[in-house]
Design a protein around this ligand. Sequence first.
Ligand SMILES: [Zn+2]
Length: 274
Amino acid sequence: MVYFGPAGNDAKFYADGNKSSVDAPRWLAGLGLNAYEISFGRGIRMTDKTAEIIGKQAATYGVKISVHAPYYINLANNDSLEKNYHYIRRSLELLALMGGNRLVVHVGSQMQMTRDVAIRNCKQSLQIILERLHTDGFDNFWLCLETMGKYTQIGNLDEICELCALDTEHLMPTVDLGHMNCLAQGQLNLEAVFQKLAIFPKVHFHISFIEFGLKGEIRHLTLADQQYGFDLAVVMNFLRLRPGNDVVICESDSIMAQDSLKLQSFYLQKNIEV
Ligand SMILES: [Zn+2]
């Protein structure tokens, strides 16, 4: 089974009179969706109490919760290791209260380092963080390392695969096809992508169309904006061939739930012509 759902709250969610994320699982289930990604990108402001309520709602309505960790985590920066650990640990605590186990993490950026040094630092940070999480009693979790959309960020698909190989029990890729299409300047080779993913039984996907320039990602669009798009029928055909433990989160601008439905219906039509 592949789970589909939005990152954050859709414009229609608010138009329908909903106020906060605790209402989201019920609303999403009503639409026929079964995944929901909550962003701590700009900070972790959720209380334990709210996380517990969302967790109950998610269980009641059969919605799989994932969380996006703060954007300011940078595993390449050794000076911020302590803070990085704190952000990841706190995100995982709240995620567990919500009944989920997938935490999406941006690995970091190159800053003034060479690419090799930055990646070596990321590996070391990840190893230290994973060890500390185990020491602190965390076990049922996945850090889903995301493929990024700007050249200065760490995380093209090869780098993410290399990092995930460090611990196949706790690291999986977040494959953001929109980001990858930005790095490929619109020439994303979906077949090559899915070939590389064959070694991962579980993958977390982010799917949206994203405007790009020479430095990569500029802004998220909707699936109706075909200019920066890629072939969703091909994506769905490859998804159907995978083991079926994947989650597809739609990050469209403002209509992410409505676009999640589009993706899901694409997936469920068994015979899309490519
Ligand atoms: Zn992200």
